[in-house]
Design a protein around this ligand. Sequence first.
Ligand SMILES: NC(=O)c1ccc[n+]([C@@H]2O[C@H](COP(=O)([O-])OP(=O)(O)OC[C@H]3O[C@@H](n4cnc5c(N)ncnc54)[C@H](O)[C@@H]3O)[C@@H](O)[C@H]2O)c1
Length: 129
Amino acid sequence: MRILITGSSGLIGSEAVVWLDAQGYAVLGVDNNMRREFFGPKGDTSWMLTRLHERTRLFTPMPADIRDRSAMLDLFEKWRPDLIIHCAAQPSHDLAEHQPGSLEQDLVLSRANLSLDNLDGQGFLLPTD
Ligand SMILES: NC(=O)c1ccc[n+]([C@@H]2O[C@H](COP(=O)([O-])OP(=O)(O)OC[C@H]3O[C@@H](n4cnc5c(N)ncnc54)[C@H](O)[C@@H]3O)[C@@H](O)[C@H]2O)c1
């Protein structure tokens, strides 16, 4: 089974990567370190990516933006995931209060890009929000 995890360097996504890799699944992780943009240098997830490389055997990271429709469609075509675990997000309620419109738009756009319609109805989408 081929698994795509969005937000693979985040809290939830990274745990899923390590666990699924240990079970022997091929995991593709999409994360563009957007957390750094949301929270500044303290939010940088580069250290987590290094850790994932150390702790996994079959993990493939990809620094794509899930809001980029053509990048996502290209990825689906090449990788054909059976399961998408969608963890990429801006997780702070406080931050969302200050930038409500843009975050909502990002969420809707990302969901549309990850829609299983783009996978010809194959696969399964598991959202975390
Ligand atoms: N942490 C919790 O306790 C918890 C509990 C329940 C639900 N959730 C939900 O799970 C989801 C993930 O939460 P988290 O705590 O792991 O957040 P997190 O900030 O730790 O991880 C999110 C990851 O997504 C990445 N990302 C964000 N926008 C992106 C984009 N456009 N393209 C590619 N990557 C992008 C970030 O760089 C980050 O690494 C959220 O929707 C959150 O609401 C979290």
